[in-house]
Design a binder for this molecule. Structure first.
Ligand code: NAD
Length: 479
């Protein structure tokens, strides 16, 4: 078989040392790789590339579609863009995959049976970074969740679960509160689940789900969740596994994928040949599985587990009780290479599929019938009296759009609000067409003009739609 071209970036700090150790191991393992090197990170930032990625690096990434990346030192000060966020957004890396397991008794942990994979949506949610200050008192961040974005990551998670022995997938959302955004994620999960009858599924509300991962991680196999929850959950899981330094992660896209260690460039120990190359090696193993070289991946993984079992440890995991030999980065790689072909004695040997992960194919969906039935007008208004505001807005309404309610931070304050509710200067005022009627944009413009004439400062609007006759907006707090 032809060697598979991949791009490698050695990175900063301990990056060059651990990358060179990992490349030695890959070379000895029988993995068929044709390596192109690029220089990204500190040197590229200093050469004036604001994202830390020079043009020739993009050309290599386009050629190979795969990046194995050493950690990068993020420069201090303004003007620099995050290299990781740039790669994720530009290459459409929709899933962040982080396997977390314990290596008891060779690495100390309270959860010996833990072996799970977190598949985190990687591009949407609050990470779209669309934020505004809207009034003196209120700031806003938009949470965006799309059906294609969700479907891609959910399908990827099902494929991941199907390839593991337990074949179990848990979805975590907060759809009891966020019925439209998180509700969509849960709904797509349930729809796709029908195509994977061999995968056992369940769903947790994210708060109890995270608590269970912290307390009983053995219960879980693969978990799929939205971006922000996944970010937090990944760190909780890594922390309770006891082996943050041994974890690798994959960022998966449609035709592109990036693999790296979870840790950073560790400038405090750079150049000393003491860094543990295991996190990056775990990422490299995942890369081999991704490109369909599962046999080589299993050979490397089993030799790595055996090296750990034999007590050959770098300083970060060295303990008198569990270690037999303290080694540096390159000696660890040499010890592992000697063990290629061996299996672990106590830890479960790795087995990986040789079938490359398929690119998720999305279901085509015809557009639905969309009807405009109202508008939420957000006002910057300094008074705190909801009844008085309601009376003025009622007068400003038109025959096509009548004031239906006012909420303040999601709490209904008009009509029939509670005097106890504290009101900020940020009011959501819902104007709706009479029941059964559909309106056009002209009616919205007329309402906004009248509100302006009445002296109101509208700072944002959101149209209210029905899709195929279904109400497509939240009705109020928790409804
Ligand atoms: P870090 O992960 O680099 O280091 C935290 C601690 O863990 C340090 O004491 C370090 O010596 C130790 N450590 C990390 N990796 C180790 C390894 N392989 N073997 C042994 N010990 C290891 O985190 P930090 O110090 O907060 O960040 C340093 C730099 O890395 C910063 O510039 C940060 O922005 C960057 N960073 C990059 C990435 C990435 O490229 N994906 C991720 C995280 C941090």
């Amino acid at each position: 078989m032809q060697p598979r071209p991949i791009t490698v970036a050695r990175g900063d700090g301990i990056g060059p040392e651990i990358v060179s150790a990992v490349l030695r191991i890959l070379d000895a393992s029988g993995a068929r790789l044709a390596i192109e090197e690029i220089a990204v990170g500190k040197a590229a930032y200093e050469a004036g590339h604001s994202t830390g990625i020079p043009p020739e690096a993009w050309a290599s990434l386009r050629r190979t579609g795969i990046l194995l990346k050493g950690p990068i030192t993020t420069p201090q000060g303004g003007g620099y863009k995050s290299l990781n966020v740039t790669l994720r957004m530009t290459l459409g890396l929709f899933a962040n995959v982080r396997p977390v397991r314990s290596y008891w008794p060779f690495v100390v942990t309270a959860h010996p049976g833990m072996d799970l994979v977190i598949v985190r949506e990687n591009e949407e949610d609050l990470y779209a970074g669309i934020e505004h200050r809207q009034t003196d008192e209120v700031y806003q961040s938009l949470k965006l969740v799309s059906r294609p974005g969700t479907e891609r990551v959910v399908r990827y998670a099902f494929e991941t679960a199907r390839r593991r022995p337990r074949k179990k997938l848990t979805c975590m959302t907060k759809d009891n509160i966020l019925k439209l955004t998180d509700g969509l994620f849960h709904k797509v999960f349930d729809e796709v689940a029908k195509e994977y009858p061999d995968v056992e599924t369940d769903h947790y509300i994210i708060d109890i789900g995270m608590a269970r991962v912290a307390a009983q991680p053995e219960r879980f196999d693969v978990i799929v969740t939205l971006n922000l929850y996944g970010d937090i959950l990944s760190d909780i899981a890594a922390e309770v596994s006891g082996s943050v330094g041994l974890a690798g992660s994959a960022n998966i896209g449609d035709g592109f994928a990036m693999f790296e260690a979870v840790h950073g460039s560790a400038p405090d120990i750079a150049g000393k040949d003491i860094a543990n190359p295991s996190g990056l090696l775990q990422a490299a193993v995942r890369m081999l599985v991704h490109i369909g070289q599962g046999e080589a991946a299993a050979r490397v993984q089993n030799a790595w587990l055996r090296t750990l079992e034999d007590g050959i440890h770098t300083l970060d995991i060295w303990r008198e009780s569990t270690s037999s030999q303290l080694v540096g980065t390159q000696a660890f790689a040499a010890a592992l290479i000697e063990r290629l072909g061996s299996e672990p004695r106590r830890l479960r040997p790795a087995q990986f599929s040789n079938t490359p992960m398929p690119t998720p194919v999305l279901q085509a969906r015809p557009p639905q019938k969309k009807e405009l039935v109202g508008i939420d007008v957000f006002l910057h208004h300094a008074g705190r009296d909801a009844e008085a505001l309601g009376a003025r807005l009622r007068d400003a309404g038109t025959s096509a759009l009548r004031l239906e309610m006012i909420t303040n931070r999601g709490v209904k304050v008009y009509p029939e609000g509670f005097p106890e509710s504290f009101c900020t200067d940020h009011w959501r005022c819902r104007f709706a067409a009479p029941a059964g009627q559909v309106i056009g944009h002209d009616e919205l413009l007329e309402l906004l003009r009248r509100l302006r004439e009445a002296g109101f400062d509208w700072i944002q609007t959101a149209n209210l739609y029905r899709f195929d006759g279904q109400v497509a907006y939240s009705l109020g707090q928790g409804q």
